[in-house]
Design a protein around this ligand. Structure first.
Ligand SMILES: [Mg+2]
Length: 279
């Protein structure tokens, strides 16, 4: 569970600030208990991720031979002869950080508190199915790029965690593109554009809409947000592969109309207001 502090700091994380260090009321973090348990314990969650990455192999085969195929909206023309690549988000797409979410519930503290420590421990495991898929992509000669909104100071720890898990990690150029690196913001568009200059982007993977489209487009009220899924219905399962994340994300901010709700009580109230009992 990500707290209000996370929402507030999401785009301007100052990792040293620990404004809720003495928080003792855990009720807000405990609202995410079932979603974290679902992701951490259920065979259903693991199976879903396996099927996503297994289906991605089929899509990859199609994409490799179709020289007019690109998965990136940022890639507009003259890409047929570029080398093939794929782009993956890192957290909850490649690396499984659910233990951090469990810590948040137990401790009553949440992101950014404890996040840097967790990331530097390098204990994240691989999301189910990703290792087999990335090995397959590597064997096919497809470049693997990781585009993450982890902050730049976590680059070394993130690289080591990925390598420790036996996942592909090329060293001939930067394949791990961090937030705050080279002036990159949390919007991943600029990083996709950069990769698209040199590579034909075959497939993209993430657990957030912003792993595929701009932050601006994804930042709308929750009642309108599913229309974005409909708008790109031809992409899902073909060129774009979404990992389900019931624990946190932009979908949650959209419940608060993409604004800091100001208090945990207000956030809980807005969550209840967002429930639809009529259809
Ligand atoms: Mg992610």
């Amino acid at each position: 569970m990500k707290s209000l502090r996370q929402i507030f700091f999401y785009s301007t994380i100052i990792y040293a600030i620990n404004i809720n260090a003495d928080e003792i009321d855990k009720s807000y973090q405990e609202q995410s208990l079932l979603s974290v348990l679902y992701a951490q314990t259920s065979a259903e969650y693991a199976a879903n991720n396996m099927q996503t990455y297994k289906n991605a192999k089929i899509a990859l085969d199609k994409a490799i031979i179709d020289m007019n195929w690109s998965a990136a909206l940022e890639q507009k023309n003259n890409f047929s002869n570029l080398k093939p690549a794929i782009i993956l988000d890192v957290d909850e797409t490649v690396l499984d950080n659910i233990a951090f979410q469990a810590r948040a519930i137990i401790n009553g503290l949440s992101y950014p508190n404890g996040w840097v420590d967790w990331a530097q421990e390098g204990k994240a495991t691989a999301v189910s199915g990703v290792r087999e898929f990335l090995k397959y992509a590597q064997e096919k000669g497809v470049k693997v790029f990781y585009v993450t909104n982890r902050i730049h100071i976590l680059e070394d720890a993130t690289r080591e965690n990925i390598i420790k898990l036996g996942l592909p990690f090329d060293t001939d150029r930067d394949v791990l593109l961090m937030r705050d690196e080279n002036g990159w913001t949390g919007d991943k568009t600029a990083r996709r554009e950069l990769i698209a200059k040199d590579y034909r982007i075959l497939l993209m993977f993430g657990d957030q809409l912003t792993d595929f489209i701009s932050s601006e487009e994804s930042s709308i009220f929750h009642t309108e947000r599913k229309k974005i899924a409909d708008k790109y219905s031809n992409m899902w399962g073909e060129k774009w592969f979404m990992i389900t994340n019931p624990m946190y994300g932009r979908w949650e901010y959209s419940i608060y109309n993409n604004q800091n709700p100001g208090s945990e009580e207000k956030a809980i109230k807005l969550r209840k207001q967002a429930l639809n009992t009529e259809n």
